[in-house]
Design a protein around this ligand. Sequence first.
Ligand SMILES: Nc1ncnc2c1ncn2[C@@H]1O[C@H](COP(=O)(O)OP(=O)(O)OP(=O)(O)O)[C@@H](O)[C@H]1O
Length: 435
Amino acid sequence: MKQDMIVILDLGSTDNTGVARKIRDLGVYSEIYPHDITVDELAALPGVKGLILNGGPNHMVDGTAIDVCPQLYRAGYPILAVSHPRKDGGEALDCWPADEASYTQLLKTFVFDTCGADANWNMKNFIEDQVELVRRQVGDRKVLLALSGGVDSSVVAALLIRAIGNQLYCVHVNHGLMRKDESESVVRVFRDQLNANLTYVDASERFLNALAGVSDPEAKRKIIGSEFIRVFEEEARKLEGIDFLAQGTIYPDIVESGTKTAKIVKSHHNVGGLPDDLQFALVEPLKQLFKDEVRRCGVELGLPDEMVYRQPFPGPGLGVRCLGAITRERLEAVREADAILREEFALAGLDHKVWQYFTIVPDFKSVGVKDNARCFEYPVIIRAINTVDAMTATVEPVDWAVLGKITDRILKEVKNVNRVCYDLSPKPPATIEWE
Ligand SMILES: Nc1ncnc2c1ncn2[C@@H]1O[C@H](COP(=O)(O)OP(=O)(O)OP(=O)(O)O)[C@@H](O)[C@H]1O
């Protein structure tokens, strides 16, 4: 369908994505582009109704103040300039209004009255469009997807199942470091409910053997990463005639590694490093969406809430929460304790309030007493934090009674554990994960 768009040009603002999200919340699509986009490039973008020149502290590049190309001022688009003096002498605002209501009103007036944009950006239309685009791109060929059960790959899977059904081949690798019931739920949702072509690979033994005796955190991560690629590659080779690889790339992945004044926040790390003869064309149907939009898309596609709203989970899984050299005994303890923590947080209504919460089992024991006898067992550490951007984090002040109940259950139900601790350290100086 025809979709109107407001283009934000990055002239050094630190919050281009904030403006884009706000415009999308008004129901109008918005994207961010580098300041030096040419008139021809702009004309090639579909449905552009207006431009925002979004200035700010990063407006100096190599000692020179940046500006848009002069022809852009005469290209006929309505322009809103903020914190950026217009070189055509037009009016510019010094800054965005500080209060929320005036900020929203300013955007509304520009987007709807000045630009005449229609509010046609919503998940129903997005899904319809993507289904059509994917069908056009893929035709009757086959697409491969590494399906972790995380939000992004799950939503990609659901969207592609709707678009191309059994031409999608999903591979889920259980590396033995999943949370309790996680791999089972991937099978339940995708194979049983959505009838997906799903290859489930139980590679637990293989991963645990490769990790045996390895205590250095970086070495552990490397082994998990490279073993994953090896397993995925083996499965990909068994499937004949695949032409495309689907990926859960989302908009922040593109913006963060893209514009000219923004610092690169992280390099994108979706499945990479596949051998040359296994290079596929990419299908990336979510690359326009912010994370909250990905979740809304998942809900619209009928995925269960636990999958769509699940908290962030590190790629190497429980492997980095079972500290030092992983043993089956401690891995089991961290998995069971984590399941109890999640259950109790949900009961206490903390699951939608706290950004991330999990357990850690270190590789040392302490003395305790059980059944009137001395025992020498592991502690479980609970961590519950809040953050906006994962760069800094604060600790959730969990109610004492809730912590008491969780402690009680862990001590009763989890084997080889005789102590429970709560981690009170913010980031910095601590990091969110322990290794
Ligand atoms: N156990 C797994 N089985 C299959 N694919 C996996 C697995 N773990 C990771 N992947 C693939 O690698 C991608 C990147 O994994 P990463 O752990 O960085 O998650 P992510 O970027 O948060 O994405 P997601 O939300 O889909 O997990 C995933 O999107 C998925 O395609």
